[in-house]
Design a protein around this ligand. Structure first.
Ligand SMILES: [Zn+2]
Length: 638
């Protein structure tokens, strides 16, 4: 379908801290879209920390427009926004990409989609001169004058609203037209929008999301940001400082309040702001509301959005276009937001996590599939989780390297991957990986249920601790004995050639080993070699999750005399056979896995922490609380 240059595919709206930016980012990857921000604070170049702006390195290579556009010293109006947004949208369309508008400034979004009154510019200073000329005239006399020349406009205004009365009189006289005619003549058409999604975590979640976001902003240097600007000579009265919370930070820097009072004041202000945002959005038409579950996951897939967007396009967007034109002054018609409770098939069984690696990007037999984007304090996992059922068992599947195999072993955000499982209620993870064999007895095609690791990775983040929290987690037996036993029995049951134990040497990669290294690893008595699993196993243990590895041997590592004779085609052929065997093993393992609790994996975090909780900075404590290692409210006040 050819889209007009001036149209938007999707808008994501919602109150502050509802997870809009992350959802937009994740959908942008899948939609081949660029993002147009509709946020009156993120417009400003010099301020970031207190605005919730994604930093350039957090934008994952997706172009974001209308961020950092305006210097803090200048005012920026809704009209400015519409003009700049239209330019950006036309540019994105010209590049053949889709457009997502994402933001929380209702006035901006409303102006973009409903159109604005865009009057021709008047000579500079003219209005000011007019206003000064009437300085001596009392307001009631001005109002009487307006009632005479433009009665319709006068009824819209309060008799004491001197500013608007003056403005209306000026326009009436300058353009010699009543305001209704004038506004209609210069009203620009709104931009079309395919679908509007509203994210509403619900009042209670909203309160706690706002609190943790505000605290994180202070932990991330909000005060320091403002301090540096003021020291650099920025006027505290600069328009950009009108952004939510900045006035309070300035007051704090002037010694007018204490830090705890500042944090509390900003949390309160932000909550009030979110309430106003919701009021604004509730009056807009055509928004489909989604409640992100528990504030952590967004149970909403691209395909679901597209299905809904067609419906919305049919019953709402067209309705607006065919109906009477909408005027800001007429007020916006109240709509009844349709609340979408996303249905989750309930099961008494606990959800099992599965991580797939090279070759295993999908899982056969997954039904009731729901791609789920999860946000974690460590950033985004490799991919949305495929949440669904295999037979009777609820599962969450994650492709370790991301869709299309995008991440190197050293680039994978292992912490987000493991934390994401925690957010989905997973306590046990089965991991599947292709490995090289270091032993004659492990031939290509064999399965190895690993029981030990040697960690030869270098410098990748592989702990949840740090930043003020020291924890040492027992890791002598890195694999959950219960899950390993289930895997071994499943191998036996489907008659796969397998080895019930083995040591996995985890190298950094991405290049394969040298021959000297390969010989060395054989002297270590390692059985297989891979690049990912020890990091996952360690983080899983730190978070108190059970973890086991099913290693699929695809070839001999380079110690073997036949190594060079092996072709890529051979490896792929083995892999293909391996993957279908692995699928059968997994299915069998899921059928037979018993209830959790026969092992000690979940006890691990209880004895790990060395630092006294009172001494852990709030930001770190909140991160650990995400994993359930600490309670959020434990310890002293931040
Ligand atoms: Zn366990």
């Amino acid at each position: 379908m050819v889209r007009a240059l001036d149209s938007v595919d999707l808008a994501i709206l919602g109150p502050t801290a509802s997870g809009k930016s992350r959802l937009a980012l994740s959908l942008a990857h899948r939609m081949n879209a660029e993002i147009v921000s509709a946020d009156s604070r993120q417009i400003y170049r010099e301020i970031s920390v207190g605005t919730g702006k994604l930093l350039p390195e957090e934008r994952e290579g997706i172009p974001h427009h209308l961020l950092d556009l305006c210097p803090i010293t200048e005012a920026f109006s809704a009209g400015d926004f519409v003009r700049e947004a239209r330019k950006a949208i036309a540019g994105i369309r010209a590049r053949g990409k889709r457009v997502i508008v994402c933001g929380g400034t209702g006035l901006y979004v409303e102006s973009l989609f409903s159109g604005i009154v865009d009057l021709p510019p008047r000579p500079p200073g003219q209005y000011e001169e007019y206003r000064q000329g009437l300085e001596a005239v009392p307001t009631d006399a001005l109002y009487a004058r307006l009632r005479e020349s433009d009665p319709e406009r006068a009824t819209d205004l309060h008799p004491n609203d001197r500013v608007r009365i003056l403005r209306a009189l000026y326009l009436r006289e300058e353009f010699s037209l009543p305001s209704a005619v004038l506004f209609e003549s210069f009203r620009t058409q709104g931009v079309e929008c395919g679908a509007i999604i509203g994210l509403d975590p619900g009042r209670e979640n909203r309160q706690s999301l706002i609190e943790s976001r505000v605290r994180a902003m202070f932990a991330n240097g909000w005060i320091e940001e403002v301090e540096a600007l003021l020291k650099g000579g920025v006027d505290p009265a600069a328009p950009g400082f009108n952004s939510l919370g900045y006035r309070e930070v300035i007051a704090f820097l002037k010694g007018q309040m204490t830090r705890p009072a500042l944090v509390e004041a900003v949390i309160l202000k932000t909550r009030q702001y979110a309430k106003r945002q919701m009021t604004w959005f509730r009056h807009m038409e055509g928004i489909r509301w989604v409640a992100p579950g528990a504030g952590k996951t967004i149970p909403w897939s691209f395909s679901q959005i597209m299905v809904r967007s067609k419906k919305i396009a049919a019953d709402t967007i067209d309705g607006i276009r065919e109906g009477e034109p909408r005027h800001m002054s007429q007020g916006i018609k109240r709509s009844t937001p349709a609340r979408n409770a996303v249905s989750v098939k309930r099961s008494n069984k606990e959800r099992i996590g599965i991580i797939g690696g090279s070759g295993l990007y999908h899982l056969k037999g997954l039904s009731d599939l729901r791609p789920t984007v999860v946000e974690t304090p460590w950033g985004q996992p490799s991919d949305p989780y495929m949440v669904g059922m295999i037979g009777e068992i609820p599962v969450a599947f994650l492709s370790r390297h991301g869709a299309g195999h995008r991440y190197l072993p050293g680039e994978i955000n292992y912490r987000a991957n493991i934390a994401g499982f925690v957010a989905l209620g997973v306590r046990r993870i089965l991991s599947v990986s292709a490995v090289g064999s270091l032993k004659e007895s492990i031939v290509p095609g064999d399965m190895v249920v690993v029981d030990q690791f040697i960690d030869w990775t270098k410098g990748r983040p592989s702990t949840f601790y740090g930043q003020g929290a020291v924890g040492h987690t027992g890791f002598a037996h890195p694999i959950c004995p219960d899950l390993a036993k289930t895997l071994v029995e499943a191998c036996r049951s489907v008659k796969a050639r397998h080895h019930g134990k083995g040591t996995y040497l985890c190298m950094e990669g991405p290049a394969f080993s040298t021959q000297a290294e390969s010989f060395l690893y054989r002297q270590f008595n390692a059985d297989v070699i891979g690049m990912t699993n020890v990091t996952e196993a360690r983080l899983a243990r730190e978070a108190g999750l059970c973890y086991a590895t099913l290693a699929l041997s695809t070839d001999f590592d380079c110690w073997h005399p036949d190594h060079d004779a092996v072709t890529v085609a051979d490896v792929l052929a083995v892999m293909e056979k391996n993957v279908s065997t692995a699928n059968r093993i997994l299915e069998r393992a899921l059928e037979t896995v018993g209830p959790a609790g026969g092992c000690k994996c979940q006890e691990a975090p209880k004895t790990a922490l060395v630092t006294h909780p009172d001494s852990i900075p709030a930001a770190t404590r909140n991160k650990l609380a995400f994993l359930g290692i600490l309670k959020a409210e434990e310890g002293g006040r931040p």
